[in-house]
Design a protein around this ligand. Structure first.
Ligand code: SAH
Length: 343
């Protein structure tokens, strides 16, 4: 099978051109065709001679995944795509419309090994990592389907991005310099993989880092998020501080409010103690309830926000989108596997 040329970064484009006896600038032109122009076929690369296109076709293929199913929320227009990969695996991407443009939530792995108790994506474990090409393809396919340009990316779909570090960084760089999406319009969410946060601080990227916090207490956090047994709250907060000191980029902490679990008054006090005085920002999220878990959405979101603000914490509420569709990450994919098993 020929290698897919989609997903090659600028250095790889230049090298592959050199390997077939072409000048370096041809590599930059190829990069523009693939990403800036979202070119779908070698034949469209009109500033390449037919000989050069032939050479490329003999060595590479230019292929994309396939959207298998689209779900649309009639109220807010949120769309969820179920994408089939070359090996028959499925992932999801979600398109949300904001005043500032179209935002796409992308997946980074097929499944997830992190085991967060409230999350649908992790229930079957991780099957494999996605390549940079497969992450980029989510943008390519959504744009093609909707005939629009994506302006913001949130790396918050299925998977733990910092467990697939190399491909995710490659994806970010191509999304930025190839697709032209500003670094500050890219957000990456992690459950708190400390070595990944440390490495990210040295990448010299202006992206937004979000940490899934979900409890200000180490023991409760370990119960909700088993990965915290490896990367506990205290060293995680130290890594976040070091990240801020090095990059100057304010970190967002995500906190899904779960009834009677992390929505108590003492949780407010814990959050104030943990975050006060630092350059932090708390994003409160309404829990998407997942079947087969006992976690319930809390009704105290407004109260929590008001109390935390009163005590000097920067808080935003994440607007719930796609309520009508299976919006919690991984629910559509999970359903598809169950359907396959039951037919
Ligand atoms: N693995 C990464 C990114 C994917 S999850 C991470 O853990 O951050 C993206 C965000 O959605 C995380 O903050 C995660 O904790 C949250 N999340 C997962 N399941 C959820 C649910 N059922 N309701 C609300 N938020 C959820």
């Amino acid at each position: 099978m020929k290698e897919n040329i989609f997903g090659k970064d600028i250095n790889e484009c230049e090298t592959l051109m050199a390997d077939i006896g072409e000048a370096k600038y041809r590599g930059r032109q190829l990069y523009q065709w693939l990403y800036e122009k979202r070119c779908a076929d070698f034949k469209e690369m009109t500033n390449f001679s037919s000989q050069l296109r032939e050479k490329l076709m003999n060595n590479f293929e230019l292929t994309h995944g396939r959207i298998e199913e689209v779900q649309k929320d009639q109220y807010d227009g949120t769309k969820k795509y179920l994408i089939e990969l070359y090996d028959g695996q499925y992932i999801e991407a979600v398109l949300m419309h904001y005043d500032h443009g179209a935002s796409l939530c992308v997946s980074t792995q097929v499944g997830c090994n992190m085991g967060c108790k409230f999350c649908a994506s992790t229930r079957g474990g991780k099957i494999r990592d996605l390549s940079a090409a497969e992450i980029l393809d989510q943008i390519y396919l959504a744009e093609k389907e909707e005939k629009l340009r994506i302006s913001n990316i949130v790396i918050m779909g299925i998977g733990e991005p910092l467990e697939n570090y190399h491909e995710v960084i490659k994806f970010i760089r191509i999304a930025n310099t190839g697709f032209g999406i500003g670094q500050r319009k890219i957000s990456l969410s992690t459950c708190g993989i400390i070595p990944g946060i440390e490495a990210l601080a040295d990448e010299n990227l202006q992206i937004n880092l979000a940490i899934s916090l979900h409890s200000a207490f180490a023991d409760r956090r370990r119960m909700l998020m088993p990965i915290a047994k490896q990367y506990d709250l205290e060293p995680l907060m130290a890594a976040c501080k070091a990240y801020f000191d090095k990059t100057g980029r304010r970190i967002t902490y995500e906190y899904a409010l779960i009834e009677s679990y992390n929505d108590r008054d003492e949780d407010i006090a814990g959050l104030v103690k943990l975050l006060k005085g630092s350059q932090n920002h708390l994003n409160l999220i309404g829990l998407n309830e997942v079947q087969e878990t006992d976690y319930k959405e809390s009704s105290r979101l407004g109260y929590f926000q008001a109390e935390l603000e009163k005590q000097g914490i920067n808080v935003t509420l994440r607007r719930k989108m796609g309520r009508e569709i299976d919006a919690a990450c991984g629910q559509l994919r999970k359903k598809r596997y169950e359907d396959k098993v039951s037919v």
